[in-house]
Design a protein around this ligand. Structure first.
Ligand code: SF4
Length: 330
């Protein structure tokens, strides 16, 4: 019988031995507590801990790998890990940014581990992934923002698993000249960079980032390689208006983004940005319909949609749809 949890958007390592909130989020520790809204009935997830889940967990631990599934306290970890789907997080578990929505720890990161690309490739092979998603923390401390490390990881996965398709979910590479070019030259199948929210909320939700820079990054990927699939997503329920969401969709289409994801923001701790409201499943369905009308090749919108959720199945559909488009144009 499937076990469901009311909410799992909390650090799975918390407790007596887990890292304290002050250690993980020093910049947030002294903020007043934000109000926590009760979750609606449609926010229900599978509890982690099945035998298959434990196998995935052990494999990742043995490989010494970090996942965004754990670090971001993703609500889908019970379902994804049971299916042996995990999203690798490169370059450590400490981020140089301090976004108001994110559960990844903030601080000074450790130097890069040159063995990591190969370890990720070996884990991809062991998990038998036909599609792998690789993301990272922000590394503003590195001269290239970690672009070469991404490229080396793509090369290592291609060598170890030639049939596996590769999706990168990158940071914004703000002030890192030439970084996006390095990642695109390594030829991932999908280049994903999330806009995360609407421009008016950047200053509170994503203070270290710039909306137009992120949009421009997506556009630049298409300029460099028009055949590369691009993908971007936003969270809703942070206080944005419907019109602002429509504008972000239009902006993404202007940058020729192929695939849009929209999911409900969930608050990791009382020190993080408050949930302004829970968007209903019907509203998500409407976003999806509008996204297709605006010309996205693919759209995923639901309360538990996350960038990497069902990424493999979605990539297969994306490819089919482009093929279909090309046939229609013949
Ligand atoms: S949705 Fe992505 S981040 Fe969340 S558990 Fe699944 S693979 Fe991991």
């Amino acid at each position: 019988m499937a076990v469901v949890l009311d909410i799992l958007n909390e650090d799975p390592r918390k407790g007596a031995e887990g890292p304290s909130l002050a250690a993980r989020h020093p910049e947030k520790a002294h903020r007043p507590d934000a109000p926590v809204l009760r979750k609606p009935p449609w926010i229900r997830v599978k509890a982690p801990g099945s035998a298959a889940w434990r196998e995935t967990s052990a494999m990742l631990r043995e490989g010494g790998l970090t996942t965004v599934c754990q670090e971001a306290a993703c609500p889908n970890i019970g379902e994804c890990w049971e299916r042996k789907h995990a999203t690798f997080m490169l370059m450590g578990d400490i981020c140089t940014r301090a976004c108001a929505f994110c559960n990844v720890a903030t601080g000074r990161p450790a130097p890069l581990d040159p063995s990591e690309p190969e370890r990720v490739a070996q884990a991809t092979a062991k998990l038998g992934l036909s599609h792998v998603v690789v993301t990272s923390v922000d590394r503003d401390d590195l001269e290239d923002g970690g672009a070469r490390h991404f490229a080396q990881t793509i090369v290592a996965i291609r060598a170890a698993c030639p049939a596996t398709t590769i999706e990168v979910l990158t940071p914004d590479f703000l002030r890192k000249k030439g970084a996006v070019e390095i990642v695109v030259a390594a030829r991932p199948d999908v280049f994903n960079h999330n806009l995360e929210t609407v421009p008016s909320l950047y200053v509170t939700v994503r203070p270290g980032a710039r909306y137009f820079h992120s949009l421009r990054l997506l556009q630049r990927v298409k300029e460099l390689d028009p055949a590369m699939f691009t993908k971007s997503g936003i969270m809703v329920g942070l206080g944005e208006t419907r019109n602002e969401i429509m504008q972000v969709m239009d902006d993404m289409r202007s940058a020729e983004v192929d695939f849009l994801t929209i999911g409900q923001y969930l608050q990791p701790t009382r020190k993080h940005h408050a949930v302004a409201r829970f968007v209903t499943p019907d509203e998500f369905e409407a976003f999806k319909t509008i996204a297709y009308a605006k010309g996205f090749l693919m759209a995923s919108a639901s309360p538990l949609t996350r960038s990497s959720h069902h990424a493999g199945e979605d990539f297969a559909k994306l490819r089919e749809r482009r093929r279909g488009q090309l046939v229609d144009m013949d």
